[in-house]
Structure formats: structure tokens, C-alpha cells
Design a protein around this ligand. Structure first.
Ligand code: DX5
Ligand code: ZN
Length: 221
């Protein structure tokens, strides 16, 4: 089986040294950089916006995976695309017109992603499968880093894997929240292709490279 891609989430990074930390993650073999955008409305936290994506884009050579946890994401798709996002994920729970927003992301030149809160069933993907490149399975309730992985979500990952394989497409499954050396194996076995990880990479006691190495080693077991 192919190895899982690692997408460090800068939510757990030291923002005073953001460029340096992104460069470190990149040098240590990160496959993508995950950027969590929160608006204080869809989720009870406020984080970063397009200016931070632009700053990361100036140092990153790997793709920027932008996760919009905001209401009315259609209003900001173009702005994030212009800031250097390669993929943009929106929450189905935040979109009254999901089909239109996914089309808008593709038209802006980015890879469209669909993010699912823990309570949202896998079946939602079936109606938009031909419009997305990525599905983000939230394994915590979005809003904060450092939360505990919801183990029952592996069943949803398996259901999505089956749906994607049956359709014969190559939609990526990324898993977001509480992914670490103890949990990465179960998401990989369930069929995920991208592991998003914040705390266990940027706050690893031995540094960012050690965090990525530990995750890779655990996923290879
Ligand atoms: C949570 C975010 C996640 C978060 C993951 O709302 O979407 O990307 O940064 O952080 P950890 O790995 O610390 O759970
Ligand atoms: Zn995220």
C-alpha cells in the first residue's frame, strides 16, 4: 500500500516564526501545508485569513491545502485562490448551495474539497463526487487544535473509501483532528490518503522533523 501523505497544520505552529516553521516542515518531507481558516461564526474560534496564506505561499514549494471553517465561503473563494491556495475545502454544513461553491473553487483554479463534520454522514459525498478532488473527514469537532481523535470516524472513512473505489475515481481522503502516532495507522488502514496533523508535528518535544518522522514511522507499521 502507498504511504500516507502528511499535511502539517500550521494552527499548532509558532506564529512569530511561521515562515521558518513552514520551511522546516517542508525540509522534513511534509507533502502539503494545511491552513485552518476560522471565522468565529461557523466555529467558536478565529484564526487566520488570506494574508497568512500569502505569507506561507512565499516560502512553501509544496501545495497549500486551505480548510475554510467559515459561513458563506463563496464570498471568499476567489480571495483565497488569489492568495496561493492549491486546494480549498468548504464545509457542507456551511453551504446552502454546495454544488455551486465547489464549481466556483474549480473555476478559480483550485482543487475543490468537501469537509464533513463528525455528525455528517458519508453519503453526502455521493451527490457531488464528480466535483471534488478531496474529502476532509473531521475526526474532531472543528474549531481547535489538540483535541481527541473520535475513533468511530474510521467507519465513515471506510464508507467513503468504498464509495470512491466503486466510482473508480481518485478523490483523496484527508483526515483532520487528533491524528498522531497512535491514531494514524487506523486512518490509513481505513483508506485515508492524507493525514493532517498539527499538535504532534509543530509541538513535538524533539522538533518538527521528529514529529513528521514519528508519524511516518507509525503509519508504515
Ligand atoms: C481543527 C482543524 C485541524 C487542527 C488539527 O478544527 O481543522 O486542522 O489543526 O490539529 P490537531 O492535529 O492538533 O488535532
Ligand atoms: Zn483543518
Amino acid at each position: 500500500m502507498e504511504s500516507i501523505k502528511i499535511a502539517p497544520s500550521i494552527l499548532a505552529a509558532d506564529f512569530g516564526r511561521l515562515a521558518e516553521q513552514v520551511e522546516r516542515a517542508q525540509a522534513a518531507g511534509a507533502d502539503l501545508i494545511h491552513i485552518d481558516v476560522m471565522d468565529g461564526r461557523f466555529v467558536p474560534n478565529i484564526t487566520m485569513g488570506p494574508l497568512v496564506v500569502e505569507a506561507v505561499a512565499r516560502v512553501a514549494k509544496i501545495p497549500l491545502d486551505v480548510h475554510l471553517m467559515i459561513v458563506e465561503p463563496d464570498r471568499f473563494v476567489q480571495r483565497f485562490a488569489d492568495s496561493g491556495a492549491d486546494s480549498i475545502s468548504v464545509h457542507v454544513e456551511a453551504c446552502a448551495h454546495l454544488h455551486r461553491v465547489l464549481g466556483q473553487i474549480g473555476a478559480a483554479g483550485c482543487r475543490p474539497g468537501l469537509a464533513l463534520n463528525p455528525h455528517t454522514p458519508a453519503m453526502v459525498l455521493a451527490e457531488v463526487l464528480d466535483m471534488v478532488d478531496i474529502v476532509n473527514v473531521m475526526t474532531v469537532n472543528p474549531g481547535f487544535g489538540g483535541q481527541t481523535f473520535i475513533a468511530s470516524m474510521t467507519a465513515k472513512i471506510r464508507a467513503l473509501r468504498a464509495m470512491i473505489d466503486t466510482a473508480g475515481t481518485d478523490v483523496e481522503i484527508e483526515v483532520d483532528g487528533g491524528v498522531n502516532a497512535d491514531t494514524v495507522g487506523s486512518v490509513k488502514d481505513a483508506g485515508a490518503t492524507i493525514a493532517i496533523a498539527g499538535t504532534c508535528v509543530f509541538q513535538h518535544e524533539k522538533g518538527i522533523a521528529a514529529g513528521i518522522r514519528e508519524l511516518r514511522r507509525a503509519a508504515a507499521k
